[in-house]
Every structure is written in C-alpha cells, then in structure tokens.
Design a protein around this ligand. Structure first.
Ligand code: SF4
Ligand code: SF4
Length: 169
C-alpha cells in the first residue's frame, strides 16, 4: 500500500501509458463486475488509510457546491451569502458549475474538516468510488489517482486482481 503523496504523484506520471492500456483492457469486463471489485477494494483500502494524516483532497480540490450549500457554508463562516460568494465561490466557464474556490479549503483545520457534519455532498462522497460505471469515468478516476492514496491503491490492486500484465516499467 502506497501512501506517500510525492511518490504517488511521480508514479502516476510514470504510469500514464500503462494506465491508458489498462483502461482499454477493462472494455471486455462487465461494468457491474468491475464496480463490485472496486467497491470491495474501496472498503478495504479506505479502512486501512488514515485520511486525517493526508487531507490532500481538501488541499488540492475545489468541490462543487449548490446554492443551498453556499448558504449553509456562508452561515458557518458567519458571512452573508453575497460576501461569501464574492470571496469563496468560483464558477466554471461553460458549465456554470459553482465551486468552493480556495486551496487549501478554508474549512480545513489540521488535516480535518472543520465542518464535517455540514460539509458539501461532493466532499462527503469523495473519492467517488461507490459511484457506478467506474470504467466510464476514467478521466476523473485518473485525476484523483494522482492525488488520493485511496484511489491510487484501488486502481493498483484492481490491476493485480485482474492479473493485468504491465506494459511499461
Ligand atoms: S480521501 Fe484520499 S486525498 Fe482525501 S484525505 Fe483521504 S486519502 Fe487523502
Ligand atoms: S468542506 Fe471540509 S471536506 Fe470539503 S474540502 Fe473543505 S475541509 Fe475538505
């Protein structure tokens, strides 16, 4: 199990070609079978990794937040919604998806979420490995593979379980 963030970042860059090939190899395996394997690996690996020793997602990502969440977060920050939006909300060009614009997150306190019970849905769902259709979400899986030890180890152990033969390194 690899949990060193710097090593994971390096290995993710080195394994780009291998992972593109691995993605192609998943084509012939039923989606449901892969999702079940990923779900099981996610349970095992999430239990073995201490997120409070990492906190990387809360330092590197900017989670989407809907209007209701923005109101809740503004109140937790003791700001009116307009001021909160001006300071901390961004909008993605093209999609108009609004997100928490701060790296690291303003609610992160010593690697822990300071508003854990009230965190946005996207944060609660991260790293999104329970979502179905793993093999069709490859782009976002690979973005998280490079920064989240849970995703990195799930993908690497999935390769082992499927007896995937490495093509590089
Ligand atoms: S979800 Fe992943 S990136 Fe976030 S703290 Fe846990 S291991 Fe680190
Ligand atoms: S709201 Fe909490 S869980 Fe979400 S990014 Fe900020 S610190 Fe992390």
């Amino acid at each position: 199990m690899e949990i060193d963030l710097e090593k994971i970042r390096e290995m993710a860059a080195q394994r780009r070609e291998e992972n593109a090939h691995f993605k192609l190899s998943l084509k012939t395996i039923p989606t449901r079978q892969i999702d079940e394997m990923v779900g099981q690996l996610n349970n095992e690996i999430s239990d073995a990794i201490d997120c409070t020793a990492c906190g990387n997602c809360c330092k590197q990502l900017e989670p989407p937040v809907d209007e209701q969440e923005q109101e809740r977060l503004a109140s937790l920050k003791k700001l009116d919604v307009t001021s909160f939006k001006e300071k901390f909300i961004g909008e993605e060009a093209g999609t108009q998806i609004q997100f928490l614009k701060c790296q690291p997150c303003i609610f992160l306190q010593a690697n822990r979420c300071g508003i854990y019970e009230h965190r946005p849905a996207s944060c609660a769902d991260y790293p999104h490995l329970y979502q179905p259709n793993f093999k069709y979400r490859w782009k976002s899986i690979m973005a998280n593979y490079a920064l989240c030890p849970i995703v990195f180890n799930v993908v690497e152990q999935l390769k082992q379980k499927l007896n995937y033969t490495k093509t590089t390194e």
